[in-house]
Design a protein around this ligand. Structure first.
Ligand code: MG
Length: 458
């Protein structure tokens, strides 16, 4: 069965040549441009949007189409070329643009591509704003410019430098550089290679970098999860490196491999970054309801607090702004530091992890050991809206003794762990995530949900 184009809060995603075509990209550009023109009051001289792409071969085609859509409604376009998602965010605020566009399908395989949007603050649009833009796209409500009112196009080549400079400002460059930390970097032939090598060079690291050709021909599964990173783990051992870093194709997510060549899991990326931040400053962190309790443990040890938000990068970033959070992100290896930008940034994560290693003198395995470990289990099952609703209602009765957060499905917090049930935004399934110190306890939570599901079906 042919897959449908997915239009969600985080933009559009589809299969190139099937449902993601240049006309879709142009319409999406026109929809976003019309939204920007209607909602922003620009300086005299007009509004501009910067646009970048990850390394997929379909990037230039979709980028040109989306740029044409933007210009057709009078928006000036700044072409950034092949850059990372956080790089585009940094340039939106650096160039005082009214928004940003990234042509990327993130960690999805090469046949996919997508279009992500950023507002003038460099952040992903919140749900209600994303909905307005989507509606404009579906209704084709575009305000086309006349023959002299079309937007202009320029290009800018310094995204990597601007980005690296901003990241360096949040760490002690000289102190890290003295350590000459040995790093293996795997950028999966995505957009992150060049800019990350630049950052690591400035931090005095000894770098062995693989999969650095930004050609979109992913050398292994592009999601930075254990099953795709066997090669990186081997290399860390072979090169006797202190740490291995793996990025996804648009370089917003980071996974860490310890000095023994062990993949420690993406959940540790945010916990390690928070560990460093909380060792220096007092304040709050924000993360979504499906992220590990490790960050709560890290915060608690230093007398700090974690705010939980609904799933979605925009929700985390909005909570960070609102609560003046000093760190935030998601358990998928996405770290946000608002001093750099309002999106997940693997370069920020790398810099903070290296600073933590430098200041503590500890290895990654020791630092992960200090944080402690949990067992997390994820599952999902098909359910339409009504079925999802009745299973969530039954779960509330079953787990009446737990602390309950209903801001995104149901998250039940127990002394020994937690369970999160939520209907997916993009497919008719309920996602179930449980975490506990003890594997049997996490599995017990999941089994209980599966029993409820059987009863509801039976
Ligand atoms: Mg990504």
């Amino acid at each position: 069965m042919a897959e449908e184009l997915i239009i969600s809060v985080s933009g559009v995603r589809g299969i190139v040549g099937e449902n993601l075509t240049p006309s879709i990209a142009a319409d999406y550009g026109s929809a976003f441009g019309t939204f920007v023109a209607d909602t922003c009051t620009g300086e005299a001289g007009g509004l501009s949007v910067c646009i970048g792409m990850d390394s997929r071969p379909s990037g230039p085609m979709l980028c040109a189409a989306a740029a044409a859509g933007l210009m057709s409604v009078g928006i000036d376009v700044i072409q950034l070329g092949v850059v990372t998602t956080p790089g585009v965010s940094v340039m939106v605020t650096h160039r005082k643009c009214a928004g940003g566009v990234i042509i990327t399908a993130s960690h999805n395989p090469i046949r996919y591509n997508g279009i992500k949007l950023l507002l003038g603050n460099g952040m992903a649009p919140p749900g209600e704003v994303a909905e307005q833009i989507k509606q404009r796209f579906l209704d084709k409500k575009f305000t086309f410019a006349d023959s002299v009112g079309c937007g202009k196009v320029t290009s800018q080549a310094d995204t990597d430098d601007v980005h690296v400079d901003k990241v360096l400002r949040i760490v002690d460059r000289e102190r890290i550089a003295e350590k000459r930390i040995s790093v293996v970097l795997d950028s999966v032939n995505g957009a992150g290679g060049a800019v990350t090598r630049k950052l690591l060079a400035k931090l005095g690291c000894e770098v062995y970098a693989v999969n650095q050709e930004p050609n979109g021909l992913f050398a292994h599964g592009p999601e930075p999860v254990a099953e795709n990173l066997g090669g990186l783990c081997e290399l860390v051992k072979e090169k006797d490196a202190a740490v291995g870093f793996a990025q996804d194709p648009d370089a917003d997510r980071l996974a860490v491999v310890d000095e023994n060549g062990t993949y420690i899991g993406e959940e540790y990326t945010l916990a390690l970054a928070a560990k460093y931040i909380f060792s220096k400053r007092t304040g709050r962190a924000a993360t979504n309801l499906s992220t590990s309790r490790m960050i709560d443990d890290v915060a608690q040890k230093t007398g700090n607090k974690v705010i939980r938000t609904p799933v979605g990068e925009a929700n985390v970033a909005a909570a960070m702004l609102e609560n003046d959070c000093i760190i935030g992100g998601e358990g998928n290896g996405g770290v946000i530091d608002l001093r750099v930008s309002g999106v997940r940034d693997s370069l920020v994560a790398i810099a903070l992890v290296l600073q933590l290693m430098t200041e503590t003198g500890k290895s990654i395995s020791q630092l992960a050991g200090d944080i402690g470990s949990y067992y997390m289990k994820k599952d999902k099952f098909p359910a339409d809206k009504a079925q999802a609703h009745s299973i969530l209602a039954a779960a509330k009765q079953l787990f009446a003794e737990a602390r309950l957060d209903t801001s995104d499905g149901c998250r039940f917090d127990f002394d020994q762990g937690w369970l999160h049930l939520r209907a997916s935004n993009t497919e008719p399934v309920v996602r179930v995530i449980a975490e506990a110190k003890d594997r049997q306890i996490a599995e017990k939570y999941i089994d209980a949900v599966m029993n409820l599901r059987e009863k509801a079906a039976g």
